[in-house]
Ligand binder design. Sequence first.
Ligand code: 3SK
Length: 517
Amino acid sequence: ALSFPREYNAAGHFIDRHLAEGRGERIAVIDPEGAVTYAELAERVNRAGNALRGLGVRMEERVLVCLLDGRDFPTVFFGAMKIGAVPVPVNTLLQPDDYAYLLEDSRARVLVLSSLLYPKFASILEKARFVEHVVLVGDEGASPGRHAHLGELLRAAAPTLAAAPTTPDDVAFWLYSSGSTGRPKGAVHLHSHLQQTAVLYGERVLGIQPDDVVFSAAKSFFAYGLGNGITFPFHVGATAVYQPARATPDTVMRVLREKRPTIFYGVPTLYASILADPKNSRETGSDRLRVCVSAGEALPKEIGETWFERFGAHILDGIGSTEMLHIFMSNRPGDVRYGTSGRPVAGYDVKLVDDAGEPVPDGEDGSLWVRGPSSCVSYWNQRQKSLDTFHGAWTRTGDRYVRDAEGYFTYAGRSDDMLKVSGIWVSPFEVESALTAHEAVLEAAVVGHTDEAKLIKPKAFVVLKRPDEASPALADALKDFVKGRLAPYKYPRWIEFVRELPKTATGKIQRFKLREG
Ligand code: 3SK
């Protein structure tokens, strides 16, 4: 177990420590504007903390952060934490109604917002009763509603700042967790949690080193991206590449080619779409890539194997959650079993239980529970949802898994997405994996659908690699293909070809949307 001094501020560990230990001139960040050293970043963090204080932000108060990836993200995130305030990074892909909810729920008095995203807030700020200041980031020429600009505030603020006297157990930041239904819930995290995940996963699983250059396609406002591109590299003084644009196969390949990262983090859909173009390979990407990571949903075996052939680096598939902050079960370098989420990360305990809470034997699927030192303390203002999810030190993940005799865990779907077909549980994930093994299929999602007898049967929504090939004959061929691979009752009785699947911002398929039609 890690030990922390009684007075501890995460900004001290991830930012200031590098100056004290002689790493100030190392490059912390590369973004489209250029490079930022650790010394420059430390000064920016101090200025941001002072600027927020100047706007009236006090310890324990929330600051809503809606920022595209770039140097200003860590500046504001650590600046707020350094004064003991609580940054709340939020998804930049939401709609005005969602932001109105987040401003109301968090009661943030300051909103730090990328100018480009201002149009999504324009109609709701008037009614946001807690917001007193909006700080715009980027495009200093524009000043919608005459709001303050981060650049101006940083220039005017003092460059030195003593960290607030927080403890490892102080609330440091929140991250909103979007479930498959309902409004997102604010998962409350502590100052110690960032270092815990950086050591347990970043250092001990990834083996991150000061010479690493990392690139995360998952953005920093996700728990996954926050560790990937901010706390893991900053834990060791490595370099993070930030890309504000949406991650597409083309933008990712360009970053791989131009910045030559050693570590790349993605999600299964992105890996699949990069592989769909035969030109994409180590030769057209990064020749320095040593390890890749996948999370968000289980990585199909074929994608991992093909990626390794083409890019010469394994993908470590793992599972994490916003509640646990980062990956708590994973494959490891030198111990990769494609098609599984690997084994628990040292420092975390997991268990598989049945509906009565009793352990299930190896080979049978059960609900996955996890405990470890980075678990959020509760959901903000959501007593019942907290009671349903957090049980003492244990967190119920809502995922179902099977453990084999050697201790490797294979994903079996979400508890709430399981289907009962002819009285037998069917994991939609299993049927989806069978479909994606077909050469024509890019991705698939399976939900329950009622037949004429009002019985639930699997229905598949399929995205084809070459959409023009959609035809009733191909649908029949896919049904036969699944029948040939799985127990016959599991095959999809209906196949609907679609252009894309509805997904959460972290890349999880929103099957409830497909169920609702
Ligand atoms: O979805 C995941 O697997 C994940 C991984 C790391 C951090 C956060 C999340 C949601």
